[in-house]
Design a protein around this ligand. Structure first.
Ligand SMILES: Cc1cc2nc3c(=O)[nH]c(=O)nc-3n(C[C@H](O)[C@H](O)[C@H](O)COP(=O)(O)O)c2cc1C
Length: 196
């Protein structure tokens, strides 16, 4: 990693989307509950909590059914993870919900999943989020009501080896209304941090 990444909270600095999951590792029930609890306590617009999660542990019939819906690229690494978690966000009001639909539901789900991944790191688990699967097929398989949208999957497990791939990011550029360059003084108040 480069730039100022060394200053980051270690749980954030060391997180990575791993592919080398240990196919023998079982994610403890308490750990799965802890991940969902982390998501549950994420902030959301009006405290709407417009998220839901489908959890399938490796070796269960649900897991086998979900694996069949993964794209080929995902099927190479995700099935070995101890659990697959599929994420959903609310897209309309529903009779089963006591909270109104919020336009920020997708934003809120993303933040909840971010919390989940940080909690996973705290527990010594790794996550790899993915979009490459049959979303409609999953909605049918899990009988997801129409006011929910299947959004992403998260493979959760223990990594077998230290992955050596280099993580990269586009360079950060500091821009202020006074022009480019690192901000100082009042300029920092009008700061934007943008990527090229
Ligand atoms: C919404 C979302 C969808 C993603 N979809 C896939 C995917 O389908 N397949 C995959 O291998 N990785 C997927 N990723 C992982 C990203 O490729 C990864 O986060 C990115 O390359 C940065 O790497 P890092 O997480 O190790 O920092 C996805 C990540 C997110 C947040």
């Amino acid at each position: 990693m480069t730039d100022r990444a060394t200053d980051l909270l270690p749980l954030l600095r060391d997180r990575r989307s791993v592919r080398a999951f240990d196919p023998d590792h079982v994610v403890p029930d308490d750990d799965l509950a802890s991940l969902l609890e982390a998501a549950r306590w994420a902030p959301s617009a009006g405290n709407s909590q417009p998220w839901a999660f489908l959890v399938a542990r490796r070796g269960t019939p649900e897991h086998a059914a979900y694996v069949a819906l993964l794209a080929g690229s995902t099927r190479r690494w995700a099935p070995a993870a101890g659990a697959l978690v599929f994420t959903l966000h609310q897209v309309a009001d529903g009779e089963d919900l006591d909270l109104a639909y919020s336009d920020y539901a997708a934003y809120d789900l993303g933040q909840a999943v971010a919390h989940l991944t940080v909690q996973a790191a705290h527990l010594g688990l790794s996550c790899h989020q993915f979009a490459a699967f049959d979303h409609d097929g999953l909605a049918r398989e899990a009988q997801v009501p129409p006011h929910w949208r299947v959004t992403t999957g998260v493979a959760v497990g223990r990594v077998t080896e230290r992955e050596v791939g280099v993580r990269t990011r586009r360079p950060a550029r500091w821009r202020t209304s006074a022009g480019s360059g690192r901000p100082s003084g009042d300029a920092a108040l009008r700061l934007c941090l943008v990527s090229e």
